[in-house]
Design a protein around this ligand. Structure first.
Ligand SMILES: Cc1cc2nc3c(=O)[nH]c(=O)nc-3n(C[C@H](O)[C@H](O)[C@H](O)COP(=O)(O)OP(=O)(O)OC[C@H]3O[C@@H](n4cnc5c(N)ncnc54)[C@H](O)[C@@H]3O)c2cc1C
Length: 427
């Protein structure tokens, strides 16, 4: 019997059971819940502790920007691998629980689309949720963020990777990264796995530009960083894709390494336990880890300043729009500073390229920018836009045997348009 027919048979049984249960004639719920089956594919190399492979594009970090970058590279025909240290795609959107991506629109029209929007829209539709009306300018910016079911989103992202031919390696991370004549050799570790990857291009989507740091390229980090937040729900159920989750600021939260991230998680969860005791309410939902707002940013070929951001500078090499207030969280909270009416900032391709680098590009909150510009640029729709642009630039560079910055801009723009993205124009 195939997996799918097995699953269907069991779904039918399950419906029967549930029906009986409602009538009060069925057995305990535990039996029902465990009554469906799927079978994971048997991997040819499952017993091998060491594997070696060659790809065109290696994406490190499958978070908000990373899975979009990988899907784009795969769709562009590049042999693509994502290495993600966690257990699912989506990063802060899913594992962090910040499942209200924004902002895809500005001043009454959509300004960011492409693969990120395709995923968000499809997951909302599949979930029977509601999409904002972008033709309407909201009174408060967050009203046009899209409530998304984090669980569905993560699974859909995996499906789109599979359709694009992207291979996923969970529970792994790079241990050493060495430059070669035509790209990189990246040695990754996971439990029970050592993976040697030869690749032409790396897209670093780790949030804090970890690969950029490993290869010794310059990064920027503030003395004091924005707090992270731990998302949870007390007293009432969390309805994914419908309501916001409670947020607890974790000051000092820092995803720089496993020790600082452990400390943030311990601190956040301890405080949640105290609240449960104080409020005598049930803990109904808790994300598996802290959401981190700020660690390292790259120092890129271009650094986007807050003046560039708030004036809506259209960079000569703009590859995507961005839209959000300047949104710096501090010890006392946040006071978003909205952009002037009509202003829509842009992101330069050269702000994704670490200064002096070859064959490596970043996407996500580590974009080269000053701190205030970054507080607006770091939001999810913008990260997705950067991810898609990085996916295009890396796959075209891999094909041409050049670096992402050497790929002619019109080729990048043409491929982005072909894959549904909106390109900022000077007009
Ligand atoms: C609490 C909070 C509230 C926010 N509110 C909003 C909001 O309302 N709207 C909005 O649009 N944005 C919001 N943001 C901002 C936005 O969610 C993030 O800036 C954005 O998701 C970051 O995307 P990213 O791809 O750069 O990083 P992430 O999504 O964090 O992805 C990084 C990925 O890389 C993986 N990784 C890291 N290091 C390695 C490694 N060495 N090897 C392998 N994998 C690695 C991680 O596991 C993760 O999956 C918020 C952020 C936070 C934390």
């Amino acid at each position: 019997m195939t997996n799918s027919s097995n699953h269907n048979d069991n779904s039918a049984n399950r419906r029967g059971f549930l029906h009986q249960s409602v009538l009060g004639t069925a057995v305990a719920g535990m039996t029902i819940a465990s009554n469906s089956h799927v079978t994971a594919q048997t991997l040819a190399d499952a017993g091998e502790p060491e594997i070696t492979q060659t790809v065109d594009v290696l994406v490190v970090g499958g978070g908000t920007a990373g899975h979009v970058a990988a899907i784009q590279a795969g769709r562009a025909g590049a042999k693509t691998l994502i290495v993600e240290r966690n257990s699912q795609l989506g990063g802060t959107t899913t594992t962090g629980g910040v499942a209200f991506p924004g902002l895809f629109d500005a001043w009454g029209k959509q300004v960011i689309a492409g693969i990120g929007w395709e995923l968000v829209k499809e997951s909302v539709e599949l979930d029977g949720g509601t999409l904002p009306n972008f033709a309407k300018v909201p009174q408060r910016h967050w009203q046009n963020q899209v409530y998304t079911n984090q669980f569905l989103y993560a699974i859909l992202a995996e499906q789109k990777c599979a359709e694009a031919g992207v291979e996923i390696a969970y529970y792994e991370f790079p241990q050493t990264v060495t430059e070669t004549d035509d790209g990189w050799q990246v040695d990754c570790v996971g439990f029970g796995t050592r993976r040697r990857v030869q690749c032409k291009q790396i897209i670093d989507c780790t949030g804090g530009a970890e690969v950029v740091g490993m290869v010794g390229l310059p990064r920027l980090r503030e003395e004091e960083r924005q707090p992270g937040s731990y998302l949870f729900m007390l007293g009432k159920e969390h309805e994914p894709g419908r309501n916001q989750i409670n947020r607890l600021y974790v000051h000092g939260a820092d995803s720089t390494n496993s020790r600082t991230a452990t400390e943030a998680n311990l601190t956040g969860r301890k405080a949640i336990l105290e609240r449960v005791r104080q409020k005598k309410q049930r803990l109904m939902h808790m994300q598996p880890e802290t959401g981190f707002r700020e660690t390292y940013r790259i120092e890129g070929e271009t650094v986007i300043t807050v003046n560039d951001y708030t004036s809506g500078r259209v960079f000569d090499d703009a590859i995507s729009y961005a839209f959000y207030p300047v949104d710096l969280h501090t010890k006392s909270g946040v006071r978003p500073k909205p952009l002037k009416r009509g202003t829509v900032p842009t992101i330069a391709l050269s702000a994704l390229i670490p200064k002096g680098s070859r064959n490596i590009i970043v996407a996500g909150r580590c974009v080269s920018s000053d701190r205030l510009a970054n507080s607006g640029l770091r939001v999810q729709a913008s990260c997705m836009g950067m991810g898609q642009a990085a996916g295009v630039a890396a796959s075209l560079a891999a094909k041409a045997g050049s670096t992402p910055l050497e790929v002619p801009l019109p080729e990048i723009h043409a491929m982005l348009r072909e894959h549904g993205q909106i390109i900022p124009g000077k007009a």
